[in-house]
Design a binder for this molecule. Structure first.
Ligand code: CO
Length: 208
């Protein structure tokens, strides 16, 4: 018995649309992938990585988790970064958060229960550490937006401190880290202007 038939129907349509434009598209992808970008974003279903930036299969290496965290003890995320940088030689790592992130909201409002609580503690720590700035923002929605932005910059710094990125910079491999945020309400990306492409630039960002 076939399950979820509508998804298979969608899949056949999608595949045939692509091959109508380029009959050898998938055959070429079988040979190799050579994406220039690693995307680290939120699992939120409203933030589909490839679609947002108009990239096709083969063009974006993707890692997503709740609230786009880069946790130094998370072997999953660190392995993705290592594979992307050392093997695929991506030139850019994009850390992309989004406004209205449920993970950020949960961390800000109260401690949730279960596994997610441990995960979101990483955001709670940012919230606690940067209370002065956050509580200077009177509007609660704006304060949450600001925490979403802060979270992107913090995760970008975690990526920059990772052994993989540090080693790549040491050997002179071109690699730029970018922090972006996506607006669910308008479908638009905003550059948070925290890009770094060297350890010196990272140190300046951490110190700022
Ligand atoms: Co989210």
């Amino acid at each position: 018995m076939k399950t979820l038939p509508h998804l298979f129907a969608n899949n056949r349509n999608w595949s045939s649309q692509i091959t109508q434009g380029d009959p050898t598209f998938f055959q070429k992808l079988v040979q190799q992938q050579s994406p220039e970008y690693l995307w680290i974003g939120c699992s939120d279903s409203r933030v589909p990585a490839n679609e947002i930036v108009g990239l096709l299969p083969g063009e974006l290496f993707v890692h997503r988790n709740v609230a786009n965290l880069i946790v130094p003890s998370d072997m999953n995320c660190l392995s993705v970064i290592q594979y992307a940088v050392d093997i695929l030689k991506v030139k850019h790592i994009i850390v992309c958060g989004h406004y209205g992130c449920g993970g950020v909201r949960a961390a800000m409002e109260k401690h949730p229960q279960g596994s997610i609580a441990n995960w979101l503690d990483h955001i709670r720590e940012i919230y606690d550490r940067r209370q002065d700035e956050l509580f200077s923002i009177p509007d609660e929605a704006r304060r949450m937006d600001r925490l979403c932005e802060m979270n992107v910059a913090e995760q970008l710094m975690n990526a920059g401190r990772s052994t993989t990125v540090q080693e790549a910079w040491k050997r002179g491999q071109p690699l730029c880290l970018h922090g972006w945020i996506y607006g669910i309400s308008d479908g638009l990306l905003k550059d948070l202007c925290v890009s770094v492409s060297s350890d010196g630039a990272l140190r300046e960002l951490v110190g700022s």
